[in-house]
Design a protein around this ligand. Structure first.
Ligand SMILES: *Cc1c(COP(=O)(O)O)cnc(C)c1O
Length: 379
């Protein structure tokens, strides 16, 4: 099969269809007599629209997914002497949001197949200092939120759901972001509801958390300007981006459905490869999210090279478990190991799944993976 160029991992033309709208919104926001560029009526309307899609009581838009985590942890009162249990495998904000508040991230090993925090390992990590659990949805699979909810209730802990990558995911009929005391989303360009800039949101049914987060995002002011009830930060939301996201929101379900279809197709093609050392995520749609589609491959680096040679860009997410990273070494107790996180970091490979891929491209990607596997010995 001949191909022109490489299939990119992230679509460079993500906002192509909305370019004129974006330019029009720049003009309209820029010439609006109100001249309000942050936290105005567009941001409020965007928060309302997100609330409607989730059936959640409160949505607070803020400056990033990382900032959303920090705002919630701060509102929960997490600080020095506290521990927060996070997955050992995942992105840096899981560790640095906790550490930057002077608290201790405690790393729990993950499930070897789904790569999300293993509830048994999380429970083992609970101590008298534990303040909160912060599981994260990963790649194709949402964290085991029913188990996390039970654990949090049983031990009297707060539950923060890092749903940054899982917007639109549904587990047992309940949307991602609404399982914890609070959840977060990220709208950074590459995420499923990404935008041309930085932004995030906090989702919660807890009116007190919502009130405090809302104040914290704008220097701790509540109601009255220049009166600061608490020490906050600047985590405000941009009016232009709020207007653009309001425009993009109605199209989100179709884009998510396209991602889900591609995931279904890959999983169907790859399930027979399991005994050749290439394992797809479990099939089905319950508790799935499709920011990234990743397989576990025994010969990961060779598979990645084979894909590159056939014009397919792929990504390794997290070549090291969090506690193996130099930044978090001081939170890695001597002698403790995270074998499943380590195995995942050696085997994980993410394939393109963005909604702009054509059927011919997804077929080429699947064919390329399957062709690689025929060169491998069967188990
Ligand atoms: C992207 C991401 C974040 C951070 O979101 P930003 O908007 O990039 O700050 C946090 N947690 C997870 C799991 C993410 O994937």
């Amino acid at each position: 099969m001949t191909r022109q160029g490489t299939i990119p991992f992230f679509a460079p033309d993500l906002f192509e269809d909305d370019r004129d709208v974006l330019i029009d919104l720049v003009r309209r926001t820029g010439t609006d007599p109100g001249q309000k560029f942050i936290l105005g009526e567009r941001t409020a309307a965007f928060e309302d629209a997100l609330r409607d899609t989730l059936g959640a009581a409160h949505v607070v838009a803020c400056s990033s997914g990382t900032s959303a985590l920090t705002l919630v942890l701060t509102a929960m009162g997490v600080g020095p002497d506290d521990e927060v249990i996070v997955p050992a495998y995942g992105c840096a904000p899981l560790g640095n949001t906790v550490a930057n508040l002077g608290a201790t991230p405690v790393f729990a090993d993950v499930d070897p197949l789904t790569m999300v925090a293993d509830p048994e390992r999380v429970e083992e990590a609970v101590t008298s200092r534990t303040k909160a659990l912060m599981p994260a949805h990963m790649f194709s699979v949402m964290a085991d939120m029913p188990a996390m909810r039970q654990l949090a209730d049983r031990h009297g802990l707060r539950l923060l759901e890092d749903s940054a990558v899982a917007q639109g995911g549904v587990l047992d009929g309940r949307p991602a972001g609404t399982w914890g005391d609070a959840g977060v989303f990220s709208f950074v360009q590459v995420k499923t509801f990404g935008m041309p800039g930085e932004g995030g949101a906090v989702v919660t049914d807890d009116p007190e958390l919502a009130r405090v987060v809302r104040a914290l995002r704008n220097h701790g002011q509540e109601g009255q300007r220049f009166v600061h009830q608490r020490i906050g930060c600047n985590s405000r939301f941009d009016e232009l981006l709020a207007a653009f996201q309001l425009h993009r929101l109605p199209g989100l379900p179709a884009r998510l459905e396209r991602r889900a279809q591609i995931a279904d197709y890959y999983t169907e093609r790859f399930t027979p490869l399991t005994d050749r050392g290439i394992t797809p995520p479990p099939p089905g749609r319950n508790g799935r999210c499709h920011y990234v589609y990743s397989v576990l491959a025994d010969e990961r680096d060779a598979l990645q090279a084979h894909l590159a040679a056939h014009g397919v860009d792929s990504h390794v997410y997290y070549p090291q478990p969090l506690p193996h990273q130099p930044a978090f070494a001081r939170f890695a107790p001597p002698g403790q190991t995270w074998p499943h996180a380590l195995a995942a970091s050696r085997r994980q490979l993410a394939l393109p799944i963005n909604p702009r891929l054509t059927d011919a491209e997804t077929e080429h990607i699947a064919d390329t993976v399957c062709a690689f596997s025929t060169g491998l010995p069967a188990a």
